[in-house]
Design a binder for this molecule. Structure first.
Ligand SMILES: [Mg+2]
Length: 233
């Protein structure tokens, strides 16, 4: 039924939280800073609140990366340049391609069943490229579309236009988008005319925004290979 799967990367196949934790700890240590849970939690709170402000349209994306360490260092009176530190952190982050449990087996099975797999991810080119290369998933994929390189991000039409123009399948009903974000992946993919499957590992309330929903890779594999709809799941 489907020929093509467009997979989101972070928190769908790649374990971003684990990668982030390792990269933060490493970068803090390399710079003689503390790396305890309280310090890491402070960073996450600052980063999350900046992302929230970005999602509300209050700040630009560049302000998130410019400010997250600057605000952390201000809070703790650390005399380091936050913008410069962010670059060091991203360099370390790019080395960590942890995958979620079962992701590699899933991708291998889908690949062996003849499906074409692509990555659709919002992020920084060199970071996502290196993380994906380190993940061990690359042999199963035909392409990786990173927002920074595309020049547009999910859920914009411009992003999906680029992806659609650069994949072989042209029948949109044979293309399924799989991702954990109801906005970037599901809204974006659905509005573009692709079939969508929400990867809801956290078992959040399902408001039926996607054509399909899966709580685990077993269900996800079934949906992608059988195309069963909600009624027959
Ligand atoms: Mg994601």
């Amino acid at each position: 039924m489907y020929t093509t799967v467009l997979f989101d990367a972070d928190e769908t196949l790649l374990d971003f939280r684990r990668s982030e934790h390792s990269a933060l700890t490493e970068t803090f240590r390399q710079n003689g800073l503390r790396d305890d849970e309280e310090f890491l939690r402070s960073y996450c709170e600052i980063n999350d609140s900046l992302w929230e402000r970005f999602n509300k349209g209050e700040i630009a994306k560049s302000e998130i990366t410019d400010l997250r360490f600057t605000l952390l260092f201000e809070k703790y009176g650390i005399p380091l340049d936050g913008k410069d530190f962010n670059q060091k952190y991203l360099k370390n982050l790019s080395e960590y391609g942890y995958v979620l449990d079962g992701a590699k087996e899933l991708c291998q099975k889908l690949y062996e069943s003849g499906l074409k797999l692509y990555i659709i991810t919002n992020g920084i080119g060199f970071v996502q490229k290196k993380r994906f290369a380190a993940s061990g998933l690359a042999p199963f994929f035909d392409g990786v579309f990173i927002s920074e390189e595309v020049g547009a991000a999910k859920p914009s039409k411009a992003y999906f236009d680029y992806v659609y123009a650069n994949i072989d399948e042209k029948d949109k009903s044979k293309i399924i988008v799989v991702g954990d974000s109801l906005t970037a992946d599901i809204k974006g993919g659905r509005e573009y005319g692709f079939v969508t499957c929400w990867y809801n590992a956290k078992k959040l309330p399902d408001e039926g925004k996607a054509h399909f929903a899966a709580n685990n890779f077993y269900d996800l594999e079934r949906i992608v290979t059988n195309g069963k709809d909600r009624a027959t799941q």
